[in-house]
Design a protein around this ligand. Sequence first.
Ligand SMILES: O=C[C@H](O)COP(=O)(O)O
Length: 232
Amino acid sequence: MTGFLASVATLDEMEAARAGGADIVDLKDPARGALGAWEIKALQEAVSLWWSWGEPKPMLSATIGDRPMDPEDVAAAVERVASKGVPMVKIGLFPGGDPLACFQALLPLTERTRLIAVFLADAEPDFDLLPELAGCGFAGVMIDTADKTSGGLRKQIDDGAAGEFVRRARALGLMTGLAGSLKLEDVGPLTALGPDYLGFRGALCSGVRTGRMSPQAVARIRSALDARRPAA
Ligand SMILES: O=C[C@H](O)COP(=O)(O)O
């Protein structure tokens, strides 16, 4: 069954995503970039709110912001977020820099935090890094898009390539996710590829992705994913 990651920009949206049945509530500030990070004070409040929720509750993830692949900078940014108690941290693989040195620098953090590498379909993704990510203790990988005006994941890579990504990553024991301006109509074709989750922001908002999350839009995505649940 493919899960539902909902990126949220405020504490109210956290509650709305949880109420709407998100499996992963992802702290991301869309006004600060493709993988815009929350301010640390707000992040702390989000972690406290998450802990206050009864079980079962959605997983909590957060992004570190759009950053160059500089090992010291990336490791410090992940540490800042992880040290506040976020159990899952997403790291964008932006072009240039030294991704392999970043993965090595993050190795010690993988003992206490689940790290997710985010390939960017429209920014020179190098899927041959998958074995290195698995070897450095990453818990998962996903594909998203950097330029939110670029037409979305399925404009950037075809479903066959996305399916191959899911297969390769899963064979390495990595959790898999697909995102990138996904819309309701993408749920069917992409769940058929078998990712662990699909990620959404724009489709959950009324209007632009920096706008307000709409509970009705969240419910529509939840229903579309439920409709793909395999028969028992
Ligand atoms: O991780 C998932 C993303 O937040 C997707 O955002 P988007 O749907 O606006 O591309």
